[in-house]
Design a protein around this ligand. Structure first.
Ligand code: UD1
Ligand code: CA
Length: 466
């Protein structure tokens, strides 16, 4: 399908979202709707994509960072007008076919786009409209067929007659067009609008169907059978409905792949997450972005995993993990925060109230309680006592701490970076370590205890101590 291209309509503001962002950046399962749509196109084999942007287009440019072409639609004069802005792009793809998608309908699967393409090619169609039958067609363009079942036209809600309004087969807003035929139909779309005597200037892409049929070419509706694929969101109530449907579909996919989700309450999994079999996901667990989770893990309850890689046999209880890696057999929690750039080694044990930032922790190291490890390289087999901290920031810059293999960091040690503790070295409890500790050494950096015998007896009692 390499000669094919896609145009994605994404210029709308989505007034009813009451957002400062363009509507297509509204998120379903923490993924902007436009990303669902571009991913569907790419996964259907269409890499050459042009986005039609308008309202706050710079936000969409920033979001994609130049990954796709964009054209600006300065005035929003309808979906037909949006396509007109992409004329030059479409011209570059003759001969070939252009996939047109609505940027605000995220649940259209790549498989449907592929199947519709095969149908489009098999029928030698000039246009293939992807449609679906829905329970409540209100607001959608209705697919009007003639008695023999052939596609006649698409009628928008505003223009539909009473009998047309009853039709429950609707336009998904996704189409395959022959590139040249689509370009040749644009004049016709303007003429159709002018004939309607509609004061509002809104050029409907849907009118291309009639224009193409009038040319004696083939325009066909491809019934995709699943009603979900057409769903779009115009306000946040509809957005929640999309989230609900997408969430259930994704949980189901994982369960059928061998992931246990005994109670789905508060479990949200991104469409791009991968989870291996025999892992159990407990309530309140949110897995975001492109996270990968291994086999036989216990994740949750109440955990957040974002863009992270988790190995096999890992247990995370009330852990928040962002852009980090946790290797096989690590046990962490409750109440642990793993911040970006951290790599937690195999079999590491982490207890309550521990935070890691931009640190590498060696295999089988143990950090059992109340500890902060930032900008550090920690070896394997290290033991951190309770209440340790790396002082990695002097108010101006960050510095690194290195802890060698099998070191023992006593309770309440403060490691003032830059500093190194050697292999097998010890720090005494309560030490503030500012100088490097060699291998096999013990560092004590605290004032010596002095005991004053019978001091209490000699001291004058306080007034309240009779
Ligand atoms: C459109 C279809 C309708 C279909 C429905 C499916 C038309 C006329 N109607 O209606 O048949 O059932 O989608 O969801 O096409 N956009 C632009 N520029 C514009 C106008 C819209 O880029 O000038 C973009 C929007 O940002 C949106 C998409 O096109 O992503 C669809 O536009 P919208 O106004 O939501 O069309 P619908 O009324 O949903
Ligand atoms: Ca819409």
């Amino acid at each position: 399908m390499s000669s094919n291209c896609a145009v994605i309509l994404a210029a709308g503001q989505g007034t009813r979202m009451k957002s400062s962002k363009p509507k297509v950046l509204a998120e379903v399962l923490f993924k902007p709707m436009i990303d669902w749509v571009t991913d569907a196109a790419v996964n259907a084999g269409v890499e050459d994509i042009c986005l039609v942007t308008g309202f706050k287009h710079e936000m969409i440019d920033e979001h994609f960072g130049g990954r796709f072409k964009t054209v600006e639609q300065a005035e929003l004069l309808g979906t037909g007008h949006a396509i007109m802005q992409a004329k030059d792009f479409i011209k570059e793809h003759i001969p070939g076919n252009v996939l047109v998608l609505n940027g605000d309908a995220p649940l259209i699967p790549a498989e449907t786009l592929k199947a519709a393409f095969d149908f489009h090619m098999a029928g030698n169609n000039a246009a293939t409209v992807i449609s679906a039958k829905v329970a409540d067609p209100f607001g959608y363009g209705r697919i009007i067929r003639s008695r023999d079942g052939k596609l006649k036209k698409i009628v928008e809600e505003k223009e539909a007659t009473q009998t047309e309004k009853i039709v429950n087969e609707v336009n998904s807003g996704a189409y395959w067009f022959s590139s040249s035929v689509l370009l040749e139909s644009l004049e016709g779309i303007i003429e159709k609008h002018d004939k309607k005597n509609d004061k509002a200037i809104e050029y409907h892409l849907t009118d291309a169907v009639e224009v193409i049929l009038e040319k004696g070419l083939n325009a066909v509706a491809y019934d995709a059978s699943s009603p979900d694929i057409v769903l779009g969101a115009n306000d946040r109530v509809q957005l929640q409905l999309l989230n609900d449907i997408a969430r259930r579909n994704i949980l189901k996919k994982h369960m059928l792949n061998g992931v246990s989700i005994p109670c789905a309450d508060g479990v949200i999994i991104s469409p791009d997450a991968k989870i291996k079999a025999d892992t159990e996901i407990l309530p309140g667990t949110i897995i975001k972005g492109k996270s990968v989770i291994g086999a036989n893990c216990d994740i949750g309850p109440n955990s957040i995993i974002e863009d992270s890689v988790i190995g096999d046999n890992v247990s995370l209880n009330s852990v928040q993990c962002y852009s980090a890696e946790i290797k096989n057999g690590a046990h962490m929690g409750p109440f642990v925060r793993v911040r970006p750039g951290s790599v937690i080694g195999e079999g590491v044990k982490v207890g309550n109230f521990v935070e890691f930032k931009n640190s590498v922790i060696g295999d089988h190291t143990s950090v059992a309680h109340l500890t902060y490890i930032g900008d550090s390289d920690v070896g394997s087999g290290v033991n951190f006592g309770c209440g340790c901290a790396t002082a990695n920031y002097d108010g101006k810059s960050k510095a690194r701490t290195r802890v060698g293999n099998n070191a023992f960091i006593g309770c309440d040690t403060c490691l003032v970076a830059p500093v190194q503790v050697g292999d097998n070295a010890y720090t005494a409890a309560g030490s503030v370590i500012t100088e490097d500790v060699p291998d096999n050494a013990l560092a004590i950096a605290r004032s010596k205890e002095s005991v004053k015998k019978d001091w209490v007896k000699k001291k004058k009692p306080y007034r309240w101590q009779k």
